[in-house]
Design a protein around this ligand. Structure first.
Ligand code: NAD
Length: 458
């Protein structure tokens, strides 16, 4: 059980970062660069500790941690340092002679203020630190609230943030649902939430009271569609991998797969082959389910399914392992499709791609859709008949790895974007300033009474 931040500690942290933001300290580009460099060293110096913490929380293999946590954080720091001055520079709007050049119009990029970043447990460090990198680049003061469920990672972040980052402006607090609810009673200038659509409803109800801009990075039931023309071996390998990786506890994972009836059996055989291949060397290294509550939820869904378990189905509550499980003969009415699975269970639905996209549209828009096909017309039809945060074709999750492209959901899978400049923008207010010369003010005098309609348009 985590030790949570006390009310007094929270109030002290909140007051401190509010005061610092008002002082203007975080707005200076020098401060932002300094903190970004400190984040770099915080990651660099503590890689071994982070590998250990993530192994404690999730039994995660070091390779996965390097690949999914460190690479994205480090690339982000370098990218933000490189572009900070360019992104933060004033823009001159292209607005013609009078309202543009003569009016002295310019758009300032100002930090929104004091930001609250709430993180999830599945990639507990990177999904807390990546938004921090964007917030610091924008010049915000920041309060971090990592997930209490990944306790070792949370405790390590407490140590690292206190040691490396400016405590006047960046603080970390801890708590569960109740404590986070209390934190949200306070006014922030931005809330950046990564987590489930269910909890997002509590977050937005709380931020609405203060009219706080809120970015929601959520999940959903991301489907894969395997068309008749697909490279079946590739599809099976990629889908098996994304269910093995982090035990399928990924917002961008494949939740369920639609397979064309003519290639269904071949696809299942290849899927089984690839799971066996991965488990040959990686059985012990497979990430575990985060806790007993999630284990019971997944086990309960497996027990209630009306489908047929064709691989896996075994689990161990003591070690929190669930073997990658493939379930066929599933329909959209199966209990497995009632909510985002977030685990190593793969329901397979036998349907062609048209039926598939019609079915996809009966659930909330997902964060990702994965299409396996060699037919461009078919791919275009699926894309134009669905909505999702992003789409990856003949691969999985790759749309989230394009560093300069926006990453975010739509509808049920989220609101707002980050990654690259989109992250900077998420924490920035664009403020238009106009300072017309005296003669322009005189010219505009005709707008004041006494009104004369003949002057309009002259
Ligand atoms: P969660 O919504 O349960 O918790 C996220 C955070 O919210 C935690 O810090 C938690 O302490 C806090 N919280 C929980 N209940 C709360 C409440 N009632 N009021 C206020 N705060 C509360 O999510 P999770 O289980 O940590 O993560 C899994 C979910 O996150 C999945 O749905 C997944 O798809 C999604 N996710 C999305 C992304 C993305 O980038 N879009 C990334 C990772 C995970």
């Amino acid at each position: 059980m985590s030790t949570y931040t006390t009310d007094a500690e929270f109030e002290d942290a909140y007051e401190t970062i509010q005061r610092t933001f008002r002082s203007g300290k975080t707005k200076s580009l020098a401060w932002r660069k300094w903190q970004l460099k400190q984040i770099w060293w915080m990651i660099e110096d503590n890689e071994a500790e982070m590998v250990k913490a993530l192994n404690t929380d999730l039994n995660r293999h070091e390779f996965e941690t390097h690949f999914v946590e460190f690479m994205s954080m480090k690339n982000d720091v370098l990218d933000h340092l490189k572009h900070l001055e360019e992104w933060a520079a004033d823009e001159i709007p292209d607005a013609g002679l009078i309202m543009g050049r003569l009016s002295g119009a310019h758009i300032r990029k100002e930090p929104l203020g004091v930001a609250l970043i709430i993180g999830p447990w599945n990639f507990p460090i990177t999904l807390t630190i990546q938004p921090l990198i964007a917030a610091v680049t924008a010049g915000c003061a920041v309060m971090l609230k990592p997930s209490e469920m990944a306790e070792a990672s949370q405790n390590l972040m407490i140590k690292m943030i206190a040691k490396y980052l400016d405590q006047d402006a960046i603080r970390i607090v801890t708590g569960g649902a109740r404590e986070t609810g209390k934190i949200l009673e306070h006014k922030f200038d931005e809330v950046f939430f990564t987590g489930s659509s269910k909890v997002a409803r509590f977050i937005t109800a709380a931020t609405a009271k203060h009219l706080t801009p809120t970015v929601l990075e959520l999940g959903g039931q991301g489907p894969a569609i395997v068309c008749e023309s697909a490279d079946l071996d590739l599809a099976a390998r990629k889908i098996a991998w994304v269910k093995y990786l982090n035990a399928g506890q990924i917002c961008l994972s494949v939740n369920h797969v639609f397979v064309h009836p003519n290639v269904h059996d071949q696809f299942i055989a290849k899927l089984e082959y690839w799971f066996e291949e991965f488990l040959k060397s990686g059985k012990e290294d497979m990430t575990t389910i985060i806790n007993a509550r999630n284990f019971d939820r997944l086990k309960g869904m497996m027990d209630r399914t009306r489908g047929k378990i064709v691989r896996g189905g075994t689990s161990n509550r003591d070690t929190l392992h669930i073997s990658p499980t493939v379930i066929t003969d599933v329909t959209m009415k199966d209990p497995l499709l009632e909510e985002e699975l977030f685990g190593p269970i793969l329901p397979v639905i036998k349907d062609n791609f048209r039926k598939a996209y019609q079915a996809i549209n009966t659930l909330g828009h997902p964060l990702g859709i994965y299409i396996f096909s060699k037919n461009k017309a078919e791919i275009d039809e699926i894309i134009s008949h669905t909505q999702s945060g992003g789409v990856t074709i003949n691969e999985v999750m790759l749309h989230a790895g394009v560093p300069t492209a926006p990453f975010g959901g739509v509808g049920e899978s989220g609101t707002g974007y980050y990654h690259g400049k989109h992250g900077f923008d998420a924490f920035t207010h664009t403020r238009t300033v106009v300072s017309p010369p005296g003669f322009l003010a005189k010219l505009l005098g005709f707008l004041q009474p006494p009104y004369d309609i003949k002057n309009i348009g002259k």
